[in-house]
Ligand binder design. Structure first.
Ligand SMILES: [Zn+2]
Length: 274
C-alpha cells in the first residue's frame, strides 16, 4: 500500500487547514565537511543533495521577510533557514544555493561573528562562525541576514530589560554591518515568553522563527513562525516527507500508525484501538 497517498498532509504533528498553510520553513544549522558531532548539523554533501532535490522537483526558495508578500509564495515555495551562523555554511550551503539560484535566511549570533559558538563548548572547526566579510558577501548574493541575539541566551530566563538589549543590540550591529534593515529574528533554542515578543516589537522586528513544527500559517502571528527541523543524516527521501507532512518526525513507523488510526476511524472504531 502507498502510505503517502493514503495520509492527508497535516494529519501528523501539526494539522492545519490546507487553505491556511503558508510555506514550510526548514531549519538547518551547520553544514559539516565530515560527519557532524551535533544532531542538528548536516553533512555538506547531503545539503547539496537537498538543494538539488528541491531544484529538480520544482521548489522555489524565498526568504523569511518574503512572508509579508503572499503574492511571492506559491504552493511549491520553501523557506530555508540556518541558525547560529556556522562558518562551514559559507562553502557547504552558500555555494550550492547560489549554483541553483536559490536563497536562504541566516540567523546570526552577533557576539560570535568571526569567533566560535561559545555555548557549544570547546572550540572546534565545526563551531567556527561566519565572519563579517562573509556575511556581507552572503547579503550581496541575495541571502537574508537576521538576528539570533547577541550571546545566544535562553530569552525566557532573562528579565525584560536584558531581552530588549539582546534583540536591539544584535539588530543594530547587523544593520550597520550590512547597511540594510534587519526585520527577521530566530529565538535561541526556540525558547521565548511574552516579554520576548514585546522586546522584539519594541526593537522593530517583523518576523521571528520558533522551533515548533508545522506549516507557517497564513494570517498568523509573524513573531511565532513554525519551522521543520532538519537533522544530521536526513536523506532527500526524509526531506521529501518533511515537505509533505511539515513534521520533524516522518519515520515510516509514525506515518503508518497515523494511517491505521485514520483507517480505524473511517470504519467506526474509536479510542486507542491502534
Ligand atoms: Zn541557535
Amino acid at each position: 500500500m502507498n502510505i503517502l497517498k493514503n495520509i492527508t498532509p497535516g494529519d501528523t504533528a501539526s494539522p492545519a487547514r490546507e487553505d491556511s498553510r503558508g510555506p514550510i520553513v526548514l531549519m538547518y544549522h551547520g553544514t559539516a565537511v565530515g560527519k557532524p558531532t551535533s544532531q542538528y548539523s548536516i553533512e555538506a554533501h547531503l545539503f547539496k543533495q537537498h538543494v538539488a532535490y528541491l531544484a529538480d522537483n520544482g521548489w522555489q526558495t524565498r526568504l523569511i521577510k518574503d512572508l509579508a508578500c503572499p503574492e511571492l509564495l506559491t504552493p511549491k515555495t520553501v523557506i530555508i533557514t540556518f541558525d547560529d551562523g556556522y562558518a562551514d555554511n559559507f562553502e557547504g550551503a552558500l555555494l550550492p544555493l547560489v549554483d541553483h539560484n536559490m536563497q536562504a535566511t541566516w540567523f546570526i549570533t552577533t557576539d560570535c561573528i568571526g569567533k566560535y559558538a561559545h555555548w557549544m563548548g570547546s572550540n572546534m572547526p565545526e563551531t567556527r562562525m561566519l565572519d563579517k566579510q562573509q556575511l556581507r558577501e552572503m547579503a550581496d548574493q541575495g541571502m537574508e541576514i537576521g538576528s539570533h541575539t547577541c550571546s545566544h541566551p535562553d530569552l525566557g530566563r532573562l528579565p525584560y530589560a536584558e531581552q530588549v538589549d539582546q534583540v536591539r543590540a544584535s539588530k543594530e550591529l547587523l544593520e550597520s554591518l550590512l547597511d540594510s534593515s534587519v526585520p527577521s529574528f530566530a529565538y535561541p533554542y526556540g525558547r521565548y515568553n511574552a516579554d520576548s515578543v514585546k522586546a522584539l516589537r519594541k526593537a522593530g522586528y517583523q518576523f521571528a522563527c520558533s522551533v515548533r513544527s508545522g506549516w507557517s500559517l497564513k494570517g498568523s502571528d509573524l513573531l511565532a513562525i513554525r519551522r521543520v527541523t532538519v537533522f544530521s543524516g536526513d536523506s532527500t527521501s526524509i526531506l521529501a516527507r518533511k515537505l509533505a507532512f511539515a513534521d520533524n518526525d516522518v519515520s515510516w513507523g509514525k506515518l503508518f500508525r497515523y494511517y491505521l488510526k485514520r483507517a480505524g476511524s473511517r470504519l467506526g472504531y474509536t479510542g486507542q484501538t491502534f
